[in-house]
Design a protein around this ligand. Structure first.
Ligand code: ADP
Length: 279
């Protein structure tokens, strides 16, 4: 692992995905994931890439305890996913920031604290002081009193990130969080995310369509095949941290990107739902 993230020392290590298979019953029975096994260390940044429909979101839902697998198991710091969820181990960031339009930015970030009440693991801390610091960390100082409609999509996604971190989750589950943003905003948010990750030491599981984004951000990239998703390769990302955007133009970055892309293309099905992720 890189030198960046200190990780959290309390509790057993990491996330263990052990032989997970997921089938959805129904008129069109779908095999979404097949015999997936890999470990994620505490404090590690792991990206998951694969063609659309290969089961990436399903995998996140299984890790989060929102969906039991058909067979196999997941443990999160030694707990079942649903136990980990009820212990507030997870922060979620989705493609759509899901902010409450009638709440100002600061109150959107404070919302989990109010909902969780006594279950908030950070309840002894001053929630507002922490929320204001997180907003500073994601570059939103001065926007605390704005309403979501008064700020850009990228800023809204920063609010969602600050909110997900507000109760100090050990693990951030991110499902294509920057997929709807323009390239420059996305670049900025990638840098900001790495900064925040360095400070919090959380474990991050980051689903993306973009191989370049996956390689730029993560310690390891889990490459999934078309549906039913199985692990094609788990690639170590060798670049030192802190990383600058310019590493994307280095030959070894391009080589790794090309290698993973070829792997995906070699395994691609000819049907339209299985588009290979973007570079
Ligand atoms: P990805 O995130 O990689 O695009 P998903 O995890 O969303 O893929 O979906 C994987 C496959 O499982 C898809 O074929 C999808 O249609 C199917 N699927 C996902 N959720 C359900 C569900 N609740 N019921 C039936 N099929 C589902």
């Amino acid at each position: 692992m890189s030198e960046a993230a200190p990780g959290r020392a309390d509790g057993p290590a990491g996330i263990v995905v052990d032989d997970v298979t997921m089938r959805f019953d129904g008129p069109e029975a779908t095999a979404a994931l097949q015999e997936l096994s890999f470990d994620i260390a505490d404090g590690e940044f792991v990206a998951v890439v694969g063609p659309s429909g290969c089961g990436k979101s399903t995998l996140l839902r299984i890790i989060a305890g929102l969906q039991p697998p058909t067979s196999g198991s997941v443990t999160v710091r030694g707990k079942t996913p649903s136990q980990a969820r009820s212990d507030v181990e997870f922060g979620f960031v989705f493609q759509n920031p899901v902010l409450f339009p009638w709440l100002q930015v600061l109150n959107n970030v404070l919302l989990p604290d109010r909902i969780l009440g006594k279950r908030n693991p950070l309840r002894d801390h001053d929630a507002e002081t922490r929320a204001r610091k997180l907003l500073r960390d994601v570059g939103l100082e001065g926007f605390e009193d704005h309403y979501p409609e008064q700020i850009s999509g990228g800023m809204q996604q920063r609010v969602a990130l600050a909110r997900a971190l507000s109760y100090g989750p050990s693990t951030l589950l991110m499902d294509e969080p920057f997929g709807a943003l323009d390239e420059f905003t996305r670049d900025n948010l990638n840098l900001q995310l790495l900064d925040v990750w360095r400070q919090t030491g959380s474990t991050i599981v980051f689903v993306t369509h973009s191989l370049a984004e996956a390689i730029f951000l993560s310690d390891r990239v889990v490459v999934l095949s078309p549906r039913p998703g199985h692990v094609l390769r788990i690639a170590d990302v060798p670049f030192t941290r802190p990383r600058e955007l310019a590493i994307r133009y280095q030959p070894d970055f391009a080589a790794l990107n090309g290698e993973l892309r070829e792997l995906l293309q070699a395994d691609a099905h000819p049907d339209a739902d299985q588009a290979v992720p973007s570079p």
